[in-house]
Design a protein around this ligand. Structure first.
Ligand code: PEP
Length: 266
C-alpha cells in the first residue's frame, strides 16, 4: 500500500447547484451511499440545495459523507426576508461553499460580501470552502495573480491565523467551470496557481498555516480527468459541479482519489 506524501485527507466535494428536488436528491444520496465505501483518508462532501439539506442530514451516513451549504447569509438573524443564515445551518452542515463564481457573477457578490460570509461561517463553526479564480479576460490580460491575491486577502481579512488554518480554498478558473465554457485547464498551469495561492497564505500567515490549509481544484472535473488534477503536488482534492449529480461519475472520482492514495484497485 503506497500512501502519497499528501498529509491531508483528500477532499472530494460535489456541488449539486440548482438541481434535484427532494426525492431526486434522496435517491442520488441513496445510490452514492451504496456505491461509496468508508475511506479513512478521503473525505466526501455533498452540497445539495438549501431545501434538501435538512432531509439529507437525516438520511446521510456520516461515516461516509459530510454536508455543505452552497451559500448562506452573513447576518445570524434579523429582518432579512428570504435568507438563511450560517447560524441556522450550524447543526446541519460541516462546510459552506463561499464565493463561487456563479454567485460572484450572477448575484453580484462583492469581495466584501464574501469576506462577511467567510467570517460568519467561521463564527458559526462552519468551514468555508472559499472559491477563487480569474475570468478568461483577466487571464488573457495577465491579471490572474492580482485577482487571486485580492480575492484571498479580502476574504480572509477578518480571520485569525488559527482560523485560516482550517479553511479550504478551491482554485476554480471561471473559464474552466462548465457553466462558463468548461475549457479544460492544464494540470501544470493549475499547479502554478496553487503554488501561488499557498505562497500568499505563507506570506500572510506563515509556514504552519500554509502547510495546513487545504487547496482544491475545480473546473469541469469528471472521472476521466480527475487523476490529472489530484496528482498535482499540493492539491488536496477537487470541487465537482456537473459530474457530481451523476452517481457513477462522482463515485468514479472518489475511486480515482482512492487509487492515487493507495495504488492499485479498490
Ligand atoms: C463548480 O460548480 O464549482 C464546478 C467546478 O462546476 P463544474 O464541475 O460543472 O465545472
Amino acid at each position: 500500500m503506497t500512501i502519497t506524501s499528501n498529509p491531508h485527507r483528500t477532499l472530494v466535494v460535489g456541488n449539486w447547484k440548482l438541481h434535484l428536488n427532494t426525492s431526486q436528491a434522496s435517491l442520488l444520496l441513496h445510490r452514492l451511499q451504496e456505491r461509496i465505501k468508508i475511506y479513512r483518508d478521503i473525505e466526501v462532501v455533498i452540497a445539495p440545495s438549501m431545501l434538501v439539506l435538512q432531509p439529507l442530514s437525516v438520511q446521510i451516513d456520516r461515516r461516509k459523507f459530510r454536508l455543505a451549504a452552497q451559500n448562506a447569509f452573513h447576518k445570524d438573524t434579523g429582518a432579512y426576508t428570504g435568507e438563511v443564515s450560517f447560524a441556522m445551518l450550524q447543526d446541519i452542515v460541516h462546510y459552506a461553499i463561499i464565493g463561487h463564481s456563479e454567485r460572484r457573477i450572477y448575484f453580484n457578490e462583492s469581495l466584501e460580501m464574501i469576506r462577511e460570509k467567510v467570517a460568519s461561517a467561521v463564527r458559526n463553526g462552519i468551514t468555508p470552502i472559499l472559491c477563487v479564480g480569474e475570468t478568461k479576460q483577466e487571464n488573457r490580460a495577465g491579471e490572474t495573480k492580482q485577482v487571486l491575491h485580492d480575492q484571498i486577502t479580502t476574504a480572509l481579512a477578518d480571520l485569525t491565523s488559527t482560523e485560516v488554518k482550517k479553511i479550504v480554498i478551491a482554485y476554480e478558473p471561471v473559464w474552466a467551470i462548465s457553466t462558463f465554457g468548461g475549457e479544460l485547464a492544464k494540470p501544470d498551469d493549475v499547479q502554478k496557481r496553487m503554488d501561488f495561492i499557498r505562497k500568499q497564505i505563507l506570506d500572510l500567515y506563515g509556514k504552519r498555516v500554509a502547510d495546513t490549509v487545504r487547496i482544491l481544484y475545480g473546473g469541469s472535473v469528471d472521472q476521466d480527468i480527475a487523476g490529472g488534477y489530484l496528482s498535482i503536488e499540493g492539491c488536496d482534492g477537487v470541487l465537482v459541479g456537473g459530474a457530481s449529480t451523476n452517481y457513477q461519475k462522482f463515485s468514479g472520482i472518489v475511486d480515482t482519489a482512492y487509487r492515487l492514495r493507495y495504488g492499485g484497485g479498490n
